[in-house]
Design a protein around this ligand. Structure first.
Ligand SMILES: Nc1ncnc2c1ncn2[C@@H]1O[C@H](COP(=O)(O)OP(=O)(O)O)[C@@H](O)[C@H]1O
Ligand SMILES: [Mg+2]
Length: 130
């Protein structure tokens, strides 16, 4: 590797140490297995100084059910998932099994959920329109 590339790696490494830290990875409240999800008056922006991309969202998703999140491009479908995974911190309450996601460590929150996008619409029994 050339000297220049090595120096860029060092520079990147230093930059990463200066990033604002995410919330704690594990906390006392840990999700159980049901997976009931509530959105209660949720607002969400991808960056703290960015525009609101979700406004006053109320939704309930029950375990064992399938839901389709429906909306045009830019409606906020992906942002709903970003809010659930706390890629940026949402305003309002998002609960899994009655535990606020803000009280669940990020590792617990993220490793217990996975995302499968664009599943056949006919498989869904419920639709959530954005
Ligand atoms: N990572 C991101 N950073 C900043 N803005 C984003 C990001 N992802 C999406 N947005 C913005 O959030 C809004 C909703 O987009 P998105 O959630 O991707 O909608 P959809 O998935 O329904 O197409 C859009 O205005 C989009 O530009
Ligand atoms: Mg999307």
């Amino acid at each position: 590797m050339s000297y220049v590339f090595q120096m860029i790696s060092v520079e990147r490494g230093i930059e990463y140490t200066e990033l604002v830290k995410e919330a704690p990875w594990e906390l006392e409240s840990r999700p159980r297995h049901g997976g009931e999800i509530y959105f209660n008056n949720v607002n969400f922006r991808h960056k703290s100084d960015g525009p609101l991309v979700l406004r006053n969202v109320y939704a309930a998703f029950y375990p064992g059910e399938k839901y389709g999140i429906v909306g045009r491009t830019g409606a906020g479908k992906s942002s709903l998932i970003a809010a659930l995974f706390r890629l940026s911190e949402p305003e309002g309450d998002i609960c899994i099994d009655d535990i606020l996601t803000t009280r669940i460590g990020l590792h617990d929150l993220r490793k217990k959920m996975s995302v499968a996008l664009q599943v056949c619409i006919a498989e869904h029994s419920h639709m959530f329109f954005l």
